[in-house]
Design a protein around this ligand. Structure first.
Ligand code: HEM
Ligand code: NAG
Ligand code: NAG
Length: 550
């Protein structure tokens, strides 16, 4: 018992010290202007992270500019940032000083590691670098070119399925559901070497809904991020699992089911592939993914490279975690981006018609399946993709946690509440930084007065001088949408190919317009998604679909 008492009292002391530090000790960040705290428990967190926080975040952008101080849970301070120089420091120049934004300590697994295992989204330092080194070639442009026929095969199935839906006249369809199934199938075939969904009318794989439910569900239980870092103290995995089964919160149980369904299925796929590889059964391998998908290339590279030192190989659990990571990072992002483009094309029929014309001319010249290089050279299709990913970055807020005392440089001086002017911010270890990717992409100081308008034409001219000079940390198009640096999106070319192949196939054949009965709202979340009612967290987007006139 004395031991238990000791443990309990040290916990209590730690908690008191934590509260004192948060509520009574002044932080150097207090001098930076920011919105008043809305609650002593949750600060500004619930204002920033809710389904409909667009207005609040826009006010934050307009009223406080590229650097603001916000309140986190329990009086902690954080920074809201969209200054390009500061973002460049966090993602590129000083990236080793920041963790992906979760309250992690080095030895404690963060939420994503608990949910997904040690894949790219959950590893750090040398393990992460090693994984990237192995995976980068399979996500390169050259490899994407090889995969183009496979992508068209999936897109053609989608076209056939939609044709059968509208053959007797136009129809309202849940286009998001079709985009979700297509993105899952493309990731399955191109990423995992597995077909989830033949994309014929109503034979949907349960996994499509499961994957689609992940991000909204994580968003609904965002507070659990405050707890997960401490879970590993609770003992071994089977015991934590036992505790988890007892948690009487439906949304937590829902998340558990989602993760279970995914990991069961992935394990099956992985074991089947591994068996095929080990037996050297080429026929079976090709049946699973024509041998060109990311996982096949990766596993055969590992196998062929037997001379490689043991530590250069990706162990089984990492390969499996990689598959779960692709599934979660690669499906929802792309399906919601595609849905967004179709929504915008429905609101802008003239843009849609102009795109259709460009696509049909190219198809007349090169055939129905416009080859990779010619597809990427289509200027209007490219402009529409860039403009949509600029104005509507699917991941609009991103975060990082300082893991060392460091300094955040600013491109423009900021006047503090005490009148002093600063050009850099001292950052204490443990400070949480919210990076507003969308705000950087729609910054009027960089993109001009029309920065908040959707204008594909802007990409047919050179980018503004201010953008060129700002050194925006973005691997794609001077946009922060896919980040930059060591943790930048590895799948950005994969996703470009998906979007272009699907849009080329659909827009040349169908006409999309708004449905008079079903409104479309976009919910803020880890990945922005459409709903028909703001209060709902059921992802759906209905459009009126018709065959396009010849
Ligand atoms: C429009 C589509 C997409 C967008 C906007 C997007 C955006 C992002 C962003 C912002 C990150 C950085 C997250 C962070 O570090 O906090 C990221 C990472 C990642 N993305 Fe994407 N992504 C997209 C599509 C894809 C696709 C199709 C795949 C896979 C095939 C993919 C795989 C990944 C992976 C594995 C990471 C982790 C990289 C690392 O940490 O090394 N993404 N993505
Ligand atoms: C193959 O082995 C070399 C030399 O050890 C190593 O640098 C490389 O990363 C390995 N590649 C794969 C895919 O295992
Ligand atoms: C940013 O814009 C400049 C100027 O147009 C261009 O040369 C550069 O390639 C762009 N960066 C990216 C990552 O596309």
């Amino acid at each position: 018992m004395p031991l238990a008492a000791l443990v309990a009292s040290s916990f209590a002391l730690y908690f008191i010290w934590f509260l004192v530090r948060c509520y009574f000790v002044r932080s150097p960040l207090d001098n930076i202007p920011g919105p008043p705290s809305a609650s002593i428990i949750s600060g500004n967190m619930l204002q920033i992270f809710n389904h409909n926080s667009w207005k609040y975040v826009d006010d934050l952008i307009e009223n406080y500019g590229p650097l603001a101080r916000c309140q986190g849970f329990f009086g902690t301070r954080m920074l809201h940032v969209f200054d390009p120089k500061a973002m460049h420091s966090v993602y590129v120049k000083d990236q080793d000083n920041y963790y992906r934004g979760e309250k992690i300590r080095r030895q404690v697994p963060p939420t994503l590691a608990l949910l997904l295992g040690p894949g790219l989204l959950a590893t750090y330092g040398s393990t992460h670098k090693k994984q990237r080194k192995m995976l980068n070639p399979v996500f390169s442009g050259a490899h994407m070119r090889d995969m183009t026929p496979l992508f068209y095969d999936v897109a053609e199935r989608l076209r056939t399925a939609l044709e059968s839906q509208v053959e007797y006249g136009p129809k309202d369809l849940d286009v998001l559901s079709w985009m979700g199934r297509t993105a899952l199938e493309l990731l399955g075939r191109g990423g995992l070497g597995y077909s989830f969904d033949p994309l014929v009318a109503e034979s949907k794989d349960v996994l499509a809904d499961t994957v689609k439910g992940f991000v909204p569900t994580v968003g609904d239980v965002v507070w659990t991020q405050e707890i997960t870092p401490y879970l590993s103290y609770l003992g071994p995995a089977w015991f934590r699992r036992f505790l988890l089964d007892l948690v009487p919160i439906p949304k937590v149980q829902r998340l558990k089911t989602i993760v279970d369904v995914m990991s069961e299925r992935l394990k099956k796929i992985y074991l089947a592939k591994k068996a095929a590889l080990e037996s050297g059964d080429e026929a079976l391998l090709h049946a699973l993914g024509e041998g060109k998908d990311v996982m096949s290339v990766l596993s055969s590279a590992v196998r062929e490279n037997m001379t490689a030192s043991a530590e250069d190989k990706l162990p089984d659990d990492q390969l499996l975690a990689q598959m779960a990571t692709f599934l979660l990072a690669g499906v929802d992002t792309t399906s919601n981006s595609l849905a967004r483009v179709l929504h915008l094309l429905s609101m802008n029929p003239d843009v849609q018609a102009k795109l259709r014309q460009e696509l049909r001319e190219a198809q007349d010249q090169y055939g129905k399946e416009i080859p990779y290089d010619e597809l990427f050279a289509l200027p209007y299709l490219d402009a529409i993709c860039r403009e949509t990913l600029r104005l509507y970055a699917p991941i609009s807020l991103n975060s990082r946690l300082a893991n060392a005392d460091t300094v955040l440089p600013l491109s423009q001086p900021v006047r503090c509440t005490d009148g002093t002017v600063i050009t850099e911010v001292p950052i204490q270890k443990g400070t949480y930084v919210i990076l507003n990717l969308r705000a950087c992409n729609i910054n009027k100081a960089l993109w001009g007065e029309d920065a908040r308008e959707w204008k594909p034409e802007r990409w047919l001219a050179p980018v503004p001088k201010a953008v060129e000079d700002a050194r925006i940390p973005g691997i794609y198009s001077n946009l922060t949408t896919f980040l930059s640096g060591g943790h930048a999106c590895i799948g950005f070319k994969f996703s470009q190919l998906e979007m272009k192949v699907v849009l080329a196939t659909l827009v040349s054949r169908f006409q999309f317009s708004l449905s008079p009965d079903k409104p479309i709202f976009w919910n803020f979340a880890g990945i922005t998604y459409p709903v028909t009612d703001h209060a709902s967290s059921k992802p759906e987007m209905t459009l009126h679909v018709n065959l396009a006139p010849c």
